[in-house]
Design a protein around this ligand. Structure first.
Ligand code: R1P
Ligand code: URA
Length: 335
């Protein structure tokens, strides 16, 4: 999107184009089909009425909108896309809003992330049981705020160091990131058109995680995925060992990062723990686009600057880290 976006709460251009999808009033029909694959959207285009012009819009964020008529009735087909990650070292380079110390145009390298998701049962009870007895009885909240999953701290440090070549230290923030399941409701954006029950949400987030710095939509999933992958250790354990003893020993070894570590599980038992080859190391850095305290949104020249410096920093860091196989090869060659 080239035009300046106004207002951090509901970002739109002066012409009324909305942030992600880049369409404005009148360009989308009230009947919509969404597809994941843009080529499937093209297929629908062939079936639309030939005597009506078809409106097409490819947004910079990969949303594809196509509006025409089918049997005389206006319809839109929207390709919402999918993202696949298959890499072992993943660095997300994204954008975010801030509720922390940062302001628009700063960078965040979040050391950890938590999830903010709608508690759908709360909304179910709200509509089915307007007296709210069920929600009150169970002390249910409209949003779930999870515990923190941490990034790969070495990659975070490298990212911070690279960014320091271009930005002063007080423009790089390393607090926690909230990954939300919506740009709007679960990021505490209020909209009279929806009963989102989110007035208190940002206060609640800051209370649970005082170091909360940023709000966006992907990082937690990445950190969580990496953590799950790292925890999938191949462990050969002697059956006779007790669960309590295993927990105790695991606790002692939780910070070991060696590819293969030998652990003495009991007097005479030596167990090998091998990390699987597909373990994922993950980190993220985001440009602060929206300041939720002041309602300011980034301008295009600062965005361009950050995209360049941080984009190159991410690439440099990515290529500077050795994959496990490369490390193993180096070790075997005695390098
Ligand atoms: C919302 O505007 C999108 O921007 C942020 C959010 O996580 C969400 O995907 O990240 P990116 O700029 O990387 O897409
Ligand atoms: N991305 C988000 O998810 N939220 C913001 O406020 C800005 C970018």
């Amino acid at each position: 999107m080239k035009d300046k976006l106004l207002n951090a709460n509901f970002p739109k251009t002066a012409e009324g184009r909305v942030y992600h999808v880049e369409v404005k009033r009148g360009e989308v029909a009230n009947r919509i089909i969404t597809v994941g694959d843009p080529s499937r959207a093209q297929l629908f285009a062939e079936w639309l009425d030939k005597d009506t012009p078809i409106f097409r819009c490819n947004s910079a964020r990969g949303f594809f909108t196509l509006t025409g008529k089918y049997k005389g009735v206006p319809v839109s087909i929207m390709g919402i896309g999918m993202v696949l990650d298959g890499q072992l070292i993943i660095i997300r380079f994204g954008s975010c809003g801030t509720i922390g110390k940062g302001t628009v145009g700063h960078m965040v390298v979040p050391k950890g992330a938590f999830a903010v998701t709608k508690n759908f049962d709360y909304f179910y009870n709200y509509y089915e049981d307007p007296d709210m007895t069920k929600n009150e009885e169970k002390n249910m909240k409209p949003y779930n705020v999870s515990e923190v999953f941490y990034a790969d701290q070495e990659i975070c440090e490298l990212l911070k160091t690279k960014l320091l070549n271009y930005l002063p230290a007080n423009e790089i923030h390393t607090g926690l990131n909230a990954t939300c399941d919506s740009f709007y409701s679960s990021q505490g954006r209020e909209d009279d058109n929806f009963a989102d029950h989110n007035k208190e949400l940002l206060t609640y987030i800051k209370k649970k995680h005082p170091q909360a710095e940023s709000l966006e939509m992907e990082t937690f999933m990445l950190y969580h995925l990496a953590k799950c992958s790292n925890d999938a250790l191949l462990i050969k354990r002697k059956k006779s060992i007790t669960k309590e003893r295993i927990n105790e020993i695991d606790k002692m070894n939780e910070n070991k990062t060696n590819l293969e570590i030998e652990i003495k599980y009991d007097e005479n038992i030596i167990t090998t723990i091998k990390k699987p080859k597909n373990s994922i190391r993950a980190a993220a850095t985001m440009m602060i686009f929206a300041d939720r305290k002041t309602d300011e949104f980034i301008d295009s020249s600062r965005k361009k600057y950050l995209e360049t410096i941080a984009g190159l920093a991410v690439l440099d860091v990515l290529v500077s880290i050795k994959l496990e196989e490369e490390q193993e090869n180096d070790d075997n060659e005695g390098v």
